[in-house]
Design a protein around this ligand. Structure first.
Ligand code: SF4
Ligand code: SF4
Length: 58
């Protein structure tokens, strides 16, 4: 699966968490985390991120 997060760029704004239709994202103490068993690589999170911290490749 080609989903990746750059937690150094991430602003912890939570926008990606709120748009994920599968509820696969969570903001944790260490940064954004993904549940890879839920993600369907729709790329919605990547499109809404204001700092382009998420990359999704099918
Ligand atoms: S690619 Fe889609 S399903 Fe996967 S974490 Fe992002 S919004 Fe959720
Ligand atoms: S939308 Fe981008 S900056 Fe905001 S929490 Fe998600 S990855 Fe971080």
């Amino acid at each position: 699966m080609a989903w990746s997060i750059d937690n150094k760029k991430c602003l912890r704004c939570g926008t990606c968490v709120s748009v994920c239709p599968l509820l696969a994202l969570n903001l944790e103490e260490n940064g954004l985390e993904i549940d890879r068993t839920k993600c369907v690589l729709c790329a919605k999170c990547s499109k809404v991120c204001p700092v382009k911290a998420i990359k999704v490749e099918k």
